[in-house]
Ligand binder design. Sequence first.
Ligand SMILES: Cc1cc2nc3c(=O)[nH]c(=O)nc-3n(C[C@H](O)[C@H](O)[C@H](O)COP(=O)(O)OP(=O)(O)OC[C@H]3O[C@@H](n4cnc5c(N)ncnc54)[C@H](O)[C@@H]3O)c2cc1C
Length: 406
Amino acid sequence: MALDHLNITIAGAGIGGLTAALILRRMGAEVTVLEQAEAISEVGAGLQISPNGMAVLRKLGLQDDLIWRSPRARAVVLRSHRQGQEVLRLDLEQYASDLNFYFVHRADLIQILADAAREEGVQIRLLQKVLRVEHNPKPVLQLANGAQCGGDLIIGADGLHSKARKALNEAGQPRFTGQVAWRAIVPNTSELPNEAQVFMGPGRHLVAYPLRDGSKVNLVAVQERKAWADEGWHIQDAPENVKTAFASFGGVAGQLMNQIDEVMLWGLFRHPVATNWHRGALVLLGDAAHPTLPFMAQGANLALEDAWVLGQCIKASPSDIPAALACYQACRKDRAEKVVDAATSNAWKYHLRPPLNWPAHQILRTAGRLAPARMVQQFDWIYRHNVTEQGASGKATEKAKETEQA
Ligand SMILES: Cc1cc2nc3c(=O)[nH]c(=O)nc-3n(C[C@H](O)[C@H](O)[C@H](O)COP(=O)(O)OP(=O)(O)OC[C@H]3O[C@@H](n4cnc5c(N)ncnc54)[C@H](O)[C@@H]3O)c2cc1C
Protein backbone atom coordinates (compact mmCIF):
# COMPACT_ATOMS: atom_id res chain seq x y z
CA MET A 1 0.00 0.00 0.00
CA ALA A 2 1.40 3.40 -0.95
CA LEU A 3 1.77 6.03 1.73
CA ASP A 4 0.13 8.81 -0.28
CA HIS A 5 -2.31 9.55 2.53
CA LEU A 6 0.55 10.47 4.90
CA ASN A 7 1.95 13.94 5.58
CA ILE A 8 5.35 13.59 7.18
CA THR A 9 7.46 16.35 8.74
CA ILE A 10 11.11 15.72 9.54
CA ALA A 11 13.17 17.98 11.84
CA GLY A 12 16.79 18.06 10.64
CA ALA A 13 18.38 17.77 7.19
CA GLY A 14 21.39 15.73 8.31
CA ILE A 15 22.26 12.29 6.94
CA GLY A 16 19.47 10.57 8.88
CA GLY A 17 16.73 13.11 8.11
CA LEU A 18 17.47 13.33 4.39
CA THR A 19 17.69 9.54 3.97
CA ALA A 20 14.38 9.02 5.75
CA ALA A 21 12.82 11.79 3.64
CA LEU A 22 13.92 10.15 0.41
CA ILE A 23 12.76 6.68 1.43
CA LEU A 24 9.33 7.81 2.63
CA ARG A 25 8.78 10.08 -0.36
CA ARG A 26 9.53 7.21 -2.71
CA MET A 27 6.84 5.23 -0.89
CA GLY A 28 4.38 7.98 -1.75
CA ALA A 29 4.22 10.17 1.37
CA GLU A 30 4.23 13.97 1.29
CA VAL A 31 7.47 14.87 3.04
CA THR A 32 8.75 18.21 4.39
CA VAL A 33 12.15 18.60 6.02
CA LEU A 34 12.74 21.53 8.38
CA GLU A 35 16.37 22.55 8.81
CA GLN A 36 17.62 25.26 11.14
CA ALA A 37 20.67 26.17 9.01
CA GLU A 38 20.54 28.73 6.21
CA ALA A 39 22.06 26.30 3.72
CA ILE A 40 22.51 22.57 3.31
CA SER A 41 26.25 22.82 3.71
CA GLU A 42 28.43 20.83 6.03
CA VAL A 43 31.06 21.63 8.54
CA GLY A 44 33.14 18.64 9.41
CA ALA A 45 34.89 16.78 6.72
CA GLY A 46 35.46 13.10 6.26
CA LEU A 47 33.22 10.21 7.21
CA GLN A 48 33.99 6.53 7.00
CA ILE A 49 30.99 4.86 5.44
CA SER A 50 31.10 1.13 6.10
CA PRO A 51 29.30 -1.72 4.26
CA ASN A 52 26.28 -1.63 6.58
CA GLY A 53 25.64 2.03 5.66
CA MET A 54 26.64 1.47 2.03
CA ALA A 55 23.97 -1.25 1.76
CA VAL A 56 21.28 1.37 2.29
CA LEU A 57 22.81 3.79 -0.22
CA ARG A 58 23.11 0.97 -2.76
CA LYS A 59 19.46 0.05 -2.33
CA LEU A 60 18.54 3.71 -2.90
CA GLY A 61 20.58 3.77 -6.12
CA LEU A 62 23.01 6.35 -4.71
CA GLN A 63 26.10 4.20 -4.24
CA ASP A 64 27.67 4.81 -7.65
CA ASP A 65 27.32 8.55 -7.38
CA LEU A 66 29.09 8.46 -4.03
CA ILE A 67 31.89 6.03 -4.85
CA TRP A 68 33.20 7.82 -7.89
CA ARG A 69 33.98 10.73 -5.56
CA SER A 70 35.29 8.60 -2.67
CA PRO A 71 38.39 6.43 -2.19
CA ARG A 72 37.76 2.81 -1.25
CA ALA A 73 39.42 1.91 2.05
CA ARG A 74 41.98 -0.88 1.72
CA ALA A 75 43.06 -1.17 5.35
CA VAL A 76 42.96 0.29 8.85
CA VAL A 77 46.48 0.56 10.29
CA LEU A 78 47.14 1.18 13.99
CA ARG A 79 50.48 2.87 14.67
CA SER A 80 52.41 4.16 17.66
CA HIS A 81 52.66 7.91 17.78
CA ARG A 82 56.35 8.82 17.99
CA GLN A 83 57.64 7.50 14.68
CA GLY A 84 54.49 5.83 13.38
CA GLN A 85 55.68 2.20 13.68
CA GLU A 86 53.00 -0.26 12.62
CA VAL A 87 51.23 -2.04 15.50
CA LEU A 88 48.34 -3.76 13.70
CA ARG A 89 47.11 -3.87 10.11
CA LEU A 90 43.46 -4.71 9.54
CA ASP A 91 43.76 -5.66 5.90
CA LEU A 92 40.27 -5.10 4.46
CA GLU A 93 41.38 -5.82 0.90
CA GLN A 94 42.61 -9.27 1.86
CA TYR A 95 40.22 -10.35 4.63
CA ALA A 96 37.01 -8.49 3.76
CA SER A 97 37.38 -8.12 0.00
CA ASP A 98 33.64 -8.55 -0.56
CA LEU A 99 32.84 -5.54 1.64
CA ASN A 100 32.73 -1.86 0.65
CA PHE A 101 34.39 0.61 2.98
CA TYR A 102 34.70 4.16 1.67
CA PHE A 103 36.23 7.46 2.81
CA VAL A 104 33.52 9.96 2.04
CA HIS A 105 33.42 13.74 2.13
CA ARG A 106 30.45 14.64 4.29
CA ALA A 107 29.45 17.45 1.96
CA ASP A 108 29.30 14.97 -0.97
CA LEU A 109 27.01 12.58 0.89
CA ILE A 110 24.72 15.37 2.07
CA GLN A 111 24.54 16.83 -1.44
CA ILE A 112 23.73 13.46 -3.04
CA LEU A 113 20.97 12.81 -0.50
CA ALA A 114 19.52 16.33 -0.71
CA ASP A 115 19.53 16.31 -4.55
CA ALA A 116 17.84 12.90 -4.68
CA ALA A 117 15.24 13.94 -2.09
CA ARG A 118 14.43 17.20 -3.92
CA GLU A 119 14.16 15.40 -7.27
CA GLU A 120 11.54 13.10 -5.76
CA GLY A 121 9.57 16.09 -4.49
CA VAL A 122 10.67 16.40 -0.87
CA GLN A 123 10.32 19.98 0.38
CA ILE A 124 13.45 21.07 2.23
CA ARG A 125 12.81 24.30 4.12
CA LEU A 126 15.80 26.16 5.50
CA LEU A 127 16.01 28.59 8.45
CA GLN A 128 13.32 26.59 10.29
CA LYS A 129 14.59 26.12 13.81
CA VAL A 130 12.49 23.88 16.02
CA LEU A 131 12.21 25.29 19.54
CA ARG A 132 10.19 22.48 21.11
CA VAL A 133 7.82 19.66 20.37
CA GLU A 134 4.40 19.59 22.06
CA HIS A 135 1.73 16.91 22.21
CA ASN A 136 -1.75 18.47 21.78
CA PRO A 137 -2.48 15.47 21.74
CA LYS A 138 -0.90 15.11 18.27
CA PRO A 139 2.74 16.22 18.08
CA VAL A 140 3.31 19.81 16.93
CA LEU A 141 6.63 21.49 16.21
CA GLN A 142 6.94 25.03 17.56
CA LEU A 143 9.37 26.97 15.38
CA ALA A 144 11.57 29.94 16.31
CA ASN A 145 9.84 32.05 13.63
CA GLY A 146 6.52 31.62 15.44
CA ALA A 147 5.08 29.06 13.04
CA GLN A 148 3.72 25.65 14.05
CA CYS A 149 4.05 22.48 12.08
CA GLY A 150 2.24 19.19 12.45
CA GLY A 151 1.75 16.08 10.34
CA ASP A 152 0.55 12.49 10.44
CA LEU A 153 4.08 11.61 11.47
CA ILE A 154 6.89 13.77 12.86
CA ILE A 155 10.45 12.46 12.73
CA GLY A 156 13.01 14.03 15.05
CA ALA A 157 16.29 13.70 13.15
CA ASP A 158 17.68 16.79 14.82
CA GLY A 159 20.92 15.37 16.15
CA LEU A 160 22.60 15.36 19.54
CA HIS A 161 20.70 18.34 20.97
CA SER A 162 17.37 17.02 19.74
CA LYS A 163 14.21 18.86 20.80
CA ALA A 164 12.17 15.79 19.84
CA ARG A 165 14.18 13.64 22.22
CA LYS A 166 13.30 16.05 25.04
CA ALA A 167 9.60 15.67 24.30
CA LEU A 168 9.82 11.89 24.65
CA ASN A 169 12.26 11.42 27.48
CA GLU A 170 13.16 12.75 30.90
CA ALA A 171 15.01 16.05 30.81
CA GLY A 172 18.80 15.75 30.67
CA GLN A 173 21.64 17.60 29.01
CA PRO A 174 24.21 15.74 26.93
CA ARG A 175 27.26 14.90 29.05
CA PHE A 176 30.78 15.98 28.10
CA THR A 177 32.80 12.76 27.68
CA GLY A 178 36.16 14.28 28.61
CA GLN A 179 37.32 14.21 25.01
CA VAL A 180 37.60 16.75 22.22
CA ALA A 181 38.15 16.21 18.50
CA TRP A 182 39.83 18.58 16.05
CA ARG A 183 38.96 18.06 12.40
CA ALA A 184 40.95 19.44 9.47
CA ILE A 185 41.66 18.73 5.82
CA VAL A 186 45.27 19.06 4.60
CA PRO A 187 47.06 18.38 1.29
CA ASN A 188 48.21 14.77 0.83
CA THR A 189 51.89 15.65 0.41
CA SER A 190 52.86 12.52 2.40
CA GLU A 191 51.17 10.44 -0.34
CA LEU A 192 49.08 8.46 2.13
CA PRO A 193 47.56 5.39 0.46
CA ASN A 194 43.84 4.58 0.66
CA GLU A 195 44.08 3.37 4.24
CA ALA A 196 42.92 4.78 7.56
CA GLN A 197 45.99 5.47 9.71
CA VAL A 198 45.38 5.59 13.47
CA PHE A 199 48.35 7.03 15.43
CA MET A 200 47.95 6.11 19.12
CA GLY A 201 49.55 8.24 21.84
CA PRO A 202 49.02 8.66 25.58
CA GLY A 203 45.64 10.29 26.17
CA ARG A 204 45.21 11.14 22.47
CA HIS A 205 45.09 9.71 18.96
CA LEU A 206 45.09 10.92 15.38
CA VAL A 207 43.12 9.37 12.50
CA ALA A 208 44.14 10.23 8.92
CA TYR A 209 42.68 9.08 5.61
CA PRO A 210 42.55 10.42 2.05
CA LEU A 211 39.47 12.06 0.59
CA ARG A 212 38.05 12.50 -2.93
CA ASP A 213 40.79 12.05 -5.56
CA GLY A 214 43.36 11.35 -2.84
CA SER A 215 44.93 14.80 -3.05
CA LYS A 216 43.60 15.73 0.41
CA VAL A 217 43.78 14.04 3.80
CA ASN A 218 41.09 14.14 6.46
CA LEU A 219 42.42 14.48 10.01
CA VAL A 220 40.56 13.76 13.23
CA ALA A 221 42.70 14.43 16.31
CA VAL A 222 41.18 13.33 19.62
CA GLN A 223 42.52 14.45 23.00
CA GLU A 224 41.36 13.74 26.55
CA ARG A 225 40.53 16.90 28.40
CA LYS A 226 38.90 17.70 31.76
CA ALA A 227 36.37 20.33 30.72
CA TRP A 228 34.59 21.89 27.78
CA ALA A 229 33.65 25.45 28.56
CA ASP A 230 32.36 26.69 25.25
CA GLU A 231 28.65 27.21 24.69
CA GLY A 232 28.51 25.56 21.28
CA TRP A 233 29.51 22.01 20.54
CA HIS A 234 31.97 22.91 17.82
CA ILE A 235 34.08 26.00 17.26
CA GLN A 236 36.84 27.28 15.02
CA ASP A 237 40.15 26.84 16.84
CA ALA A 238 43.71 28.12 16.38
CA PRO A 239 45.90 25.56 14.55
CA GLU A 240 48.64 26.11 17.18
CA ASN A 241 46.42 24.46 19.80
CA VAL A 242 46.15 21.12 18.00
CA LYS A 243 49.81 21.26 16.96
CA THR A 244 50.88 21.80 20.58
CA ALA A 245 48.60 19.03 21.84
CA PHE A 246 50.13 16.61 19.30
CA ALA A 247 53.73 17.89 19.45
CA SER A 248 55.05 14.45 20.47
CA PHE A 249 53.62 12.85 17.29
CA GLY A 250 56.49 12.29 14.85
CA GLY A 251 56.98 10.83 11.37
CA VAL A 252 54.05 11.10 9.00
CA ALA A 253 51.70 12.15 11.83
CA GLY A 254 53.96 15.10 12.62
CA GLN A 255 54.15 16.08 8.94
CA LEU A 256 50.38 16.00 8.63
CA MET A 257 49.93 18.09 11.78
CA ASN A 258 52.36 20.71 10.49
CA GLN A 259 50.18 21.31 7.45
CA ILE A 260 47.07 22.34 9.37
CA ASP A 261 46.19 25.97 8.71
CA GLU A 262 42.47 25.83 9.56
CA VAL A 263 40.81 23.60 12.13
CA MET A 264 37.48 23.07 13.90
CA LEU A 265 37.23 21.74 17.43
CA TRP A 266 34.37 19.53 18.68
CA GLY A 267 33.55 18.79 22.29
CA LEU A 268 32.50 15.13 22.30
CA PHE A 269 29.19 14.85 24.13
CA ARG A 270 26.93 11.91 24.78
CA HIS A 271 23.49 11.04 25.96
CA PRO A 272 22.65 7.46 26.82
CA VAL A 273 20.62 5.78 24.09
CA ALA A 274 17.11 7.22 24.53
CA THR A 275 14.67 5.06 26.51
CA ASN A 276 11.66 6.15 24.45
CA TRP A 277 12.08 6.58 20.70
CA HIS A 278 8.42 7.22 19.94
CA ARG A 279 5.01 8.24 21.26
CA GLY A 280 1.84 8.63 19.19
CA ALA A 281 3.03 10.03 15.87
CA LEU A 282 6.46 11.28 16.99
CA VAL A 283 9.67 9.29 16.51
CA LEU A 284 13.44 9.76 16.85
CA LEU A 285 16.11 8.80 14.36
CA GLY A 286 19.95 8.90 14.23
CA ASP A 287 21.92 10.88 16.81
CA ALA A 288 18.67 12.19 18.29
CA ALA A 289 17.99 8.66 19.56
CA HIS A 290 21.51 7.30 20.03
CA PRO A 291 24.45 9.70 19.81
CA THR A 292 27.73 7.79 19.69
CA LEU A 293 31.38 8.59 20.08
CA PRO A 294 33.19 8.52 16.74
CA PHE A 295 35.56 5.64 17.70
CA MET A 296 33.83 3.00 15.60
CA ALA A 297 32.90 5.52 12.86
CA GLN A 298 29.28 4.39 13.06
CA GLY A 299 27.04 7.40 13.84
CA ALA A 300 26.16 8.19 10.24
CA ASN A 301 26.00 4.50 9.34
CA LEU A 302 23.49 3.86 12.12
CA ALA A 303 21.41 6.84 10.93
CA LEU A 304 21.28 5.29 7.43
CA GLU A 305 20.20 1.94 8.90
CA ASP A 306 17.54 3.64 11.05
CA ALA A 307 16.05 5.43 8.06
CA TRP A 308 15.73 2.21 6.09
CA VAL A 309 14.14 0.23 8.93
CA LEU A 310 11.74 3.05 9.80
CA GLY A 311 10.60 3.09 6.16
CA GLN A 312 10.06 -0.68 6.16
CA CYS A 313 8.07 -0.60 9.40
CA ILE A 314 5.80 2.18 8.10
CA LYS A 315 5.36 0.34 4.83
CA ALA A 316 4.30 -2.75 6.81
CA SER A 317 1.58 -0.92 8.76
CA PRO A 318 0.84 2.40 7.03
CA SER A 319 -2.52 2.85 8.68
CA ASP A 320 -1.28 2.20 12.22
CA ILE A 321 1.61 4.60 12.79
CA PRO A 322 2.02 3.90 16.53
CA ALA A 323 2.41 0.18 15.75
CA ALA A 324 4.89 0.96 12.99
CA LEU A 325 6.95 3.09 15.36
CA ALA A 326 6.91 0.40 18.08
CA CYS A 327 8.17 -2.05 15.50
CA TYR A 328 10.96 0.35 14.50
CA GLN A 329 12.19 0.84 18.07
CA ALA A 330 12.00 -2.89 18.75
CA CYS A 331 14.16 -3.54 15.68
CA ARG A 332 16.75 -0.86 16.27
CA LYS A 333 17.35 -0.20 19.95
CA ASP A 334 19.43 -3.27 20.88
CA ARG A 335 21.70 -2.82 17.89
CA ALA A 336 22.19 0.89 18.51
CA GLU A 337 23.09 0.19 22.16
CA LYS A 338 25.58 -2.48 21.18
CA VAL A 339 27.35 -0.29 18.63
CA VAL A 340 27.40 2.74 20.95
CA ASP A 341 28.95 0.59 23.71
CA ALA A 342 31.58 -0.74 21.32
CA ALA A 343 32.54 2.81 20.33
CA THR A 344 32.75 3.94 23.96
CA SER A 345 35.02 1.09 24.94
CA ASN A 346 37.33 1.69 21.97
CA ALA A 347 38.48 5.11 23.23
CA TRP A 348 40.72 3.93 26.07
CA LYS A 349 42.37 1.31 23.87
CA TYR A 350 43.79 4.02 21.63
CA HIS A 351 44.84 6.25 24.53
CA LEU A 352 46.88 3.93 26.76
CA ARG A 353 49.74 5.53 28.71
CA PRO A 354 53.07 4.04 29.77
CA PRO A 355 53.68 1.46 31.15
CA LEU A 356 50.47 -0.16 29.75
CA ASN A 357 50.82 0.94 26.15
CA TRP A 358 53.94 -1.09 25.34
CA PRO A 359 52.60 -4.55 26.39
CA ALA A 360 49.18 -3.74 24.89
CA HIS A 361 50.79 -2.89 21.54
CA GLN A 362 52.85 -6.09 21.73
CA ILE A 363 49.66 -8.12 22.22
CA LEU A 364 48.07 -6.44 19.21
CA ARG A 365 51.19 -7.07 17.10
CA THR A 366 51.17 -10.75 18.01
CA ALA A 367 47.43 -11.11 17.39
CA GLY A 368 47.83 -9.41 14.01
CA ARG A 369 50.63 -11.85 13.07
CA LEU A 370 48.89 -15.00 14.31
CA ALA A 371 45.27 -14.29 13.37
CA PRO A 372 45.08 -11.41 10.86
CA ALA A 373 41.74 -12.59 9.44
CA ARG A 374 40.15 -12.89 12.85
CA MET A 375 41.26 -9.37 13.78
CA VAL A 376 39.25 -8.05 10.81
CA GLN A 377 36.29 -10.41 11.24
CA GLN A 378 35.73 -9.53 14.92
CA PHE A 379 33.68 -6.58 13.59
CA ASP A 380 31.53 -8.62 11.20
CA TRP A 381 28.52 -8.11 13.48
CA ILE A 382 28.71 -4.39 12.64
CA TYR A 383 29.76 -4.38 9.00
CA ARG A 384 27.89 -7.43 7.67
CA HIS A 385 24.60 -6.34 9.19
CA ASN A 386 22.50 -5.55 6.12
CA VAL A 387 19.15 -4.00 7.03
CA THR A 388 18.02 -4.14 3.41
CA GLU A 389 18.27 -7.93 3.28
CA GLN A 390 16.71 -8.99 6.52
CA GLY A 391 13.06 -8.75 5.68
CA ALA A 392 13.18 -5.97 8.25
CA SER A 393 9.47 -5.26 8.13
CA GLY A 394 8.45 -8.90 8.70
CA LYS A 395 10.89 -9.44 11.54
CA ALA A 396 10.13 -6.03 12.94
CA THR A 397 6.41 -6.64 13.09
CA GLU A 398 6.95 -9.92 14.94
CA LYS A 399 9.27 -8.19 17.36
CA ALA A 400 6.83 -5.36 17.97
CA LYS A 401 4.08 -7.87 18.83
CA GLU A 402 6.40 -9.65 21.25
CA THR A 403 7.23 -6.31 22.88
CA GLU A 404 3.56 -5.43 23.28
CA GLN A 405 2.75 -8.82 24.80
CA ALA A 406 5.66 -8.55 27.24
C1 LIG B 1 34.71 13.99 15.10
C2 LIG B 1 33.59 13.14 14.52
C3 LIG B 1 33.88 12.17 13.55
C4 LIG B 1 32.84 11.34 13.05
N1 LIG B 1 33.16 10.38 12.12
C5 LIG B 1 32.19 9.54 11.70
C6 LIG B 1 32.48 8.52 10.72
O1 LIG B 1 33.61 8.39 10.25
N2 LIG B 1 31.47 7.69 10.32
C7 LIG B 1 30.20 7.80 10.84
O2 LIG B 1 29.31 7.00 10.46
N3 LIG B 1 29.89 8.76 11.72
C8 LIG B 1 30.84 9.64 12.16
N4 LIG B 1 30.53 10.62 13.05
C9 LIG B 1 29.14 10.71 13.57
C10 LIG B 1 28.20 11.33 12.58
O3 LIG B 1 28.68 12.59 12.17
C11 LIG B 1 26.81 11.49 13.20
O4 LIG B 1 26.46 10.35 13.92
C12 LIG B 1 25.76 11.70 12.10
O5 LIG B 1 26.03 12.92 11.45
C13 LIG B 1 24.36 11.70 12.69
O6 LIG B 1 23.45 12.07 11.70
P1 LIG B 1 22.03 12.67 12.10
O7 LIG B 1 21.34 12.93 10.82
O8 LIG B 1 21.39 11.84 13.12
O9 LIG B 1 22.37 14.04 12.88
P2 LIG B 1 23.16 15.32 12.40
O10 LIG B 1 24.18 15.01 11.38
O11 LIG B 1 23.62 16.00 13.66
O12 LIG B 1 22.04 16.21 11.70
C14 LIG B 1 21.06 16.88 12.45
C15 LIG B 1 20.51 18.00 11.58
O13 LIG B 1 19.44 18.62 12.30
C16 LIG B 1 19.59 20.03 12.29
N5 LIG B 1 18.99 20.52 13.52
C17 LIG B 1 19.45 20.37 14.78
N6 LIG B 1 18.64 20.97 15.68
C18 LIG B 1 17.62 21.51 14.95
C19 LIG B 1 16.48 22.27 15.31
N7 LIG B 1 16.23 22.59 16.59
N8 LIG B 1 15.64 22.67 14.33
C20 LIG B 1 15.89 22.34 13.01
N9 LIG B 1 16.99 21.66 12.62
C21 LIG B 1 17.84 21.23 13.59
C22 LIG B 1 21.10 20.23 12.24
O14 LIG B 1 21.41 21.53 11.74
C23 LIG B 1 21.51 19.11 11.30
O15 LIG B 1 21.41 19.49 9.95
C24 LIG B 1 31.52 11.50 13.53
C25 LIG B 1 31.22 12.50 14.46
C26 LIG B 1 32.24 13.32 14.95
C27 LIG B 1 31.91 14.41 15.95
